[in-house]
Design a protein. Structure first.
Lengths: 394, 83
């Protein structure tokens, strides 16, 4: 039984990045378009247009693979400024309906209403998006009693869908869904559920708490039970666990040759740490090889820091422990974030100097653009690590 | 095929105070006039602290990306692409 009325709306821009590119350039409309991290063969496809999706081009594919499936595929580089602008415009438009808006990612919003006919509101939102933001931009809207069910409803018809999940139709809706169609149910979770006799989305909906406990063996079972029965448990603000930057190299590279790129990733990371007012107490460096093997090594810091030089020094030490002669992907991660109160007094003069250098560099780069002023080892890294939007982020 | 141009360009703008809309209506580049037939998208971005307005436009069967620098009030033709 769903205890509440469907007063949550989930809005999802269809094929977001590709649709925005088709909005910008009318000649791309109706054509198979993909936006990729790099337009070269090894580049990862971040979004494909509705036309490209119909022909089998999927997010996560390599550009080469996409072109093999769809030889007419037009591949464009990522333009984060454009996508962020549309995100803010959409947020502004949605804020005229309710103050309770949560951006779930660059292309998804969750809205909570106290009352009203949400279907009528959703239809008006669709019209206003086309009139005020872009005639080619379409959204799928789902309405449900909680965020999970609203998101599930938004995924039923794409593109341009509008669906409602209520206590009256939930059995019927889940009848048509696969377990892995549900957000949060990965292939592995589906296997866990299969082991306790839950084979379909409808079985999942009708499962008892004890069945779910047998499958998940943790508090997750209770969360799923509540979610499936319309209770809201996903509106709790999430705590920022860490910041990371990663980059896929154009070709397998020796770690020492990739060191300038690692420095650039770290500068980007520490600039974000300082901008958001954090210090990191834990660092992690991860490499992937061309053979899809993975290695990572972490380091807990005695003193939390956000100083680029100190963090690069630690990553350099970790890098020397890598077992790979050549690497294809670098990830730098800062965790155990603590507020940078600026109150910590430094015992050593050079620590204070590093802090002041970082702040001076930040001020210059803020005024003239990121990476205007860079350390010497980064001089030849201009074409690497461009601005990007990570999945699920803004 | 998309080409990066990055050259100064002359642009005629029109402001409609009823609709509160400002749109480029004509561009002159290499002594040739290009009437703007459609504005696909107008967005903004920052280069450091400089605010730029980016207009993605078409002139007949050519796509152009124009940028207006609000710091020195100059226009540049950033990209072009023929249909």
């Amino acid at each position: 039984m769903i205890p509440t009325d469907p007063l949550v709306m989930h809005i999802d821009i269809n094929s977001c990045f590709a649709t925005i590119e088709q909005q910008a350039n009318p000649f791309l409309r109706g054509k198979p378009v993909a936006v990729a991290a790099s337009v070269k063969d090894f580049g990862c496809i971040l979004a494909s247009s509705i036309e490209a999706k119909r022909n089998g081009v999927k997010t996560g594919m390599r550009v080469k693979e996409g072109k093999q499936i769809e030889p007419q595929l037009i591949v464009l580089p990522c333009d984060p400024d454009k996508y962020r602008f549309i995100h803010h415009q959409l947020k502004q438009l949605l804020s005229t309906y309710t103050p309770d808006i949560t951006p779930k990612s660059i292309d998804e919003f969750s809205l909570k209403f106290d009352k009203g006919n949400l279907v009528v509101i959703a239809q008006e939102i669709k019209q206003r998006i086309r009139a005020e933001i872009g005639q080619h931009i379409s959204v799928s809207i789902g309405i449900g009693p909680n965020r999970f069910l609203a998101k599930t409803a938004a995924g039923i018809h794409k593109p341009d869908g509008l669906d409602v999940i209520t206590m009256n139709n939930i059995q019927e809706v889940f009848e048509k869904l696969e377990l892995t169609d549900l957000c949060g149910i990965s292939f592995r979770n589906a296997l866990r559920l299969n082991q306790v006799g839950i084979n379909t989305a409808r079985d999942f909906l009708n499962a008892t708490q004890s069945q779910l406990k047998a499958a998940f063996k943790s508090i997750t079972a209770t969360y799923w039970y509540m979610r499936l029965h319309g209770q809201e448990i996903d509106s709790v603000p999430t705590h920022k666990g860490g910041l990371s930057n990663s980059y896929v190299l154009p070709h397998p590279t020796r770690p020492i040759e990739a060191f300038p790129i690692m420095i650039k990733l770290t500068h980007k990371l520490t600039e974000r740490l300082r901008k958001e007012g954090y210090q990191a107490g834990f660092l992690l460096l991860a490499f992937s090889s061309a053979e899809h093997k993975h290695w990572h090594q972490g380091k807990r810091l005695i003193e939390p820091t956000n100083k680029a030089k100190a963090i690069i020094h630690e990553f350099h030490r970790l890098m020397n422990k890598s077992p790979f002669p050549e690497i294809k992907k670098i990830t730098v991660f800062c965790g155990d974030l603590k507020p940078d109160t600026g109150l910590q007094l430094n015992l050593f003069q050079d620590e204070e100097e590093h802090r002041r250098v970082d702040h001076a560099v930040d001020a210059i780069n803020h005024r003239f653009g990121l990476f205007t002023l860079v350390p010497a080892p980064m001089i030849h890294t201009k074409e690497y690590v461009p601005d990007a939007i990570a999945f699920g982020k803004m | 095929m998309s080409l990066t141009i990055n050259e100064p360009v002359s642009v005629t703008m029109m402001y409609n105070h009823h609709q509160h809309k400002t749109i480029p209506i004509e561009m002159m580049w290499h002594n040739q006039h290009y009437p703007i037939t459609e504005v696909g998208l107008h967005h903004t971005c920052h280069e450091g602290q400089v605010l730029k307005h980016i207009f993605s436009v078409t002139s007949k069967d050519i796509f152009f990306e124009l940028s207006f620098n609000t710091s020195d009030l100059t226009w540049r033709l950033e990209k072009s692409d023929s249909n």
